[in-house]
Write a protein that binds this ligand. Structure first.
Ligand SMILES: Nc1ncnc2c1ncn2[C@@H]1O[C@H](COP(=O)(O)OP(=O)(O)OP(=O)(O)O)[C@@H](O)[C@H]1O
Ligand SMILES: Nc1ncnc2c1ncn2[C@@H]1O[C@H](COP(=O)(O)OP(=O)(O)OP(=O)(O)O)[C@@H](O)[C@H]1O
Ligand SMILES: [Mg+2]
Ligand SMILES: [Mg+2]
Lengths: 151, 193, 151, 193
């Protein structure tokens, strides 16, 4: 499993460089083993540099930039080891319109192999849905599902 | 394999039967604050075997049974059923679909007949279910037959649904990936490896 | 200071019952000393029941309901001990339109005694601003402020 | 008392001089992700005396000095100045404005002349400032004169700006109030008491 980890790490790292630059329209990112001498146990650091900015500690990134970076990493892992479905609960909440656009494009690129179930308040995200469910609570405390077929 | 249908009955804010169908592609769930959207996600993770009440925002597992409202009494049980389609028959190899790289196949065993590395395959639909009663009794079901948690677990592992850590991103949790400790990020990669 | 704490607790609790029902359009809420025998050191629990729902552990509330409840508590403390200004960074992020409307109404009720500085991506929130600043980064990595006078 | 003007120079993503004026009422700051809005909030908490680099998202305090971009070199220092208007003269009692209850006044001392409990009052404008150099040297200023952190602290305490914990809600932090431990919530109340 030492090789399996090394293989997974290499591939996910390569995917991450691609998903990050796609979501950010540029820049660079990668994963780094903190302790190169001890690859079996070493923790992992995330390196992320949005386009035009200098490389700094990821904690200094903005709320939206952190969300996009985390998404890039999740999608990088996902492309390596796809799951049949993916549940995303309001992950567009900190994003501005331009970033929601790029996030939604990436989803559209991945949806032929994966079922995505998204919870959102955002119109742009809703627009790419093949199927829409509304949840209402007309009777307080009692949820009701309404199906809205699209396409 | 894909999700086909979800039935929720008595789980959290769903005292009445509720049903969702899933097609390929993207399903969006929308509605005002507090109406029950995240509860749908909880229902899915619960029927897939979530054991921690805290991960479902509860203090004890009983908290996921409909607790009543102004006009309604609490229900005595919660039930969720999830129908899965095209599930590889347990014991058979999983198909290598184009674009879907299954890295846990034994690379020493070459793909058998069929083009594109497609193996002759038996798949079926299967429905997993879970019930919890206020008494504390709980049941797991496969196609309506009571079984053990372990049987559900094995079925999910074989069908590729075993790794949960990154197929679900809960509300408010996206930030944790960057603020998590290096060791926790490692385990995210290890789980995928 | 034991009396000061008891006095503060009583007033903030009373304020909280009001701010909560205003933000939720009903329901009930309050603060509870966990250890009634030991008021000097006891921790505090938050009780919150949105209209029409049964009282449960606050952790079971939705993302938006938790944000509204937390805001009700912050405003309750604020009404007891006003600060000359209040900085709120994207606290409307998890809220739907109806809740943003109620949040914005509460701000308008408090702004005569307090300067509010809000960071937001939301149009409804922007609409109540007396003054608007846009921050841009046309040159990557370099922030620039633009003043947009309103009213 | 109120905020009147903020000058930022070399702090985080603001290598050039930037200035905001604050009127009464509501000021909104808008813009795309990563453009610098939260950095403005950081500038305000920093000039008010924030001592923890972590609270400003940094690892060490040097992280708040502009670090350069593609086209620009890093600056050698960061400076923020905050002008406050109508600050009660240190040593005088704070005015009791209608609707603003200052509960730390000694209730044994009755309001002197003037209607509505208004005390004869001396207020002035004052500008607090803070600088940090890459060398690690740091300065605090009141009206352009170098002073100690403690002098800034005293000025802020007298003018009602001492309690910070609930006058600032940082991005993503609103949820922490409900998930905090009971003891932490108590200290929120204690700070106000
Ligand atoms: N066991 C239960 N019985 C009844 N109601 C419950 C139960 N558990 C949770 N709820 C209710 O479900 C509601 C939360 O639902 P949920 O988290 O799905 O909302 P949401 O649609 O995701 O909202 P948001 O947009 O704010 O995230 C809460 O108001 C809570 O009181
Ligand atoms: N010392 C520094 N030098 C240069 N740039 C910095 C420095 N510190 C932070 N930044 C940059 O500031 C940006 C973050 O700014 P900020 O957090 O204010 O964004 P924001 O406008 O609040 O965005 P969001 O809407 O996503 O929350 C990051 O891209 C970061 O690289
Ligand atoms: Mg939710
Ligand atoms: Mg921000």
């Amino acid at each position: 499993t030492r090789e399996r980890f090394a293989e997974a790490f290499a591939q996910i790292n390569a995917n991450f460089e691609v998903t990050f630059t796609t979501l950010f329209g540029g820049g660079k990112a990668g994963l780094v083993l903190i302790d190169q001498e001890n690859q079996v146990e070493s923790g992992i650091d995330i390196i992320a540099q949005p386009p035009g900015k200098r490389l700094q500690n990821v904690q200094l990134l903005s709320g939206g930039e952190k969300a996009m970076t985390a998404m890039a990493l999740m999608f990088a892992i996902f492309k390596f080891r796809p799951s049949p479905f993916c549940l995303l609960d309001e992950i567009d909440a900190p994003l501005d319109d331009a970033n929601i656009g790029r996030f939604v494009e990436m989803l559209q690129g991945m949806q032929s192999h994966t079922q995505f179930i998204l919870i959102t308040h955002n119109r742009k995200t809703m627009e790419i849905a093949d199927r829409l469910y509304g949840v209402t609570m007309e009777e307080p405390g009692v949820s009701k599902l309404i199906s809205v077929q699209m396409n | 394999m894909r999700l086909s249908r979800l039935h929720i009955n008595g789980f959290k804010s769903f005292p009445d039967r509720a049903e969702l169908s899933f097609d390929d592609g993207v399903t969006a769930i929308v509605g005002p604050n507090g109406c029950g959207k995240s509860n749908v996600v909880d229902a899915i993770t619960w029927v897939l075997g979530e054991q921690s009440a805290k991960s479902l925002r509860g203090e004890r597992m009983e908290d996921i049974i409909f607790n009543g409202s102004d006009a309604r009494k609490p229900t005595q049980s919660a039930e969720v059923r999830l129908r899965l389609a095209n599930v590889a028959q347990v014991g058979m190899t999983v198909p290598v679909e184009p674009g879907l790289e299954i890295v846990d196949l034994d690379p020493a065993v070459p793909p058998a007949e069929g083009e594109n590395g497609q193996l002759p395959l038996v798949t079926r639909d299967v429905e997993i279910g879970r019930r919890l009663y206020r008494s504390g009794e709980s049941e797991y079901l496969i196609d309506g037959e009571v079984c053990r948690l372990r049987d559900v677990h094995d079925l999910l592992m074989d069908s590729g649904l075993g790794v949960k850590a990154y197929a679900v991103i809960e509300q408010g949790k996206i930030g944790q990936i960057l603020s998590s400790r290096p060791a926790e990020r490692r385990s995210l990669i290890e789980e995928a490896a």
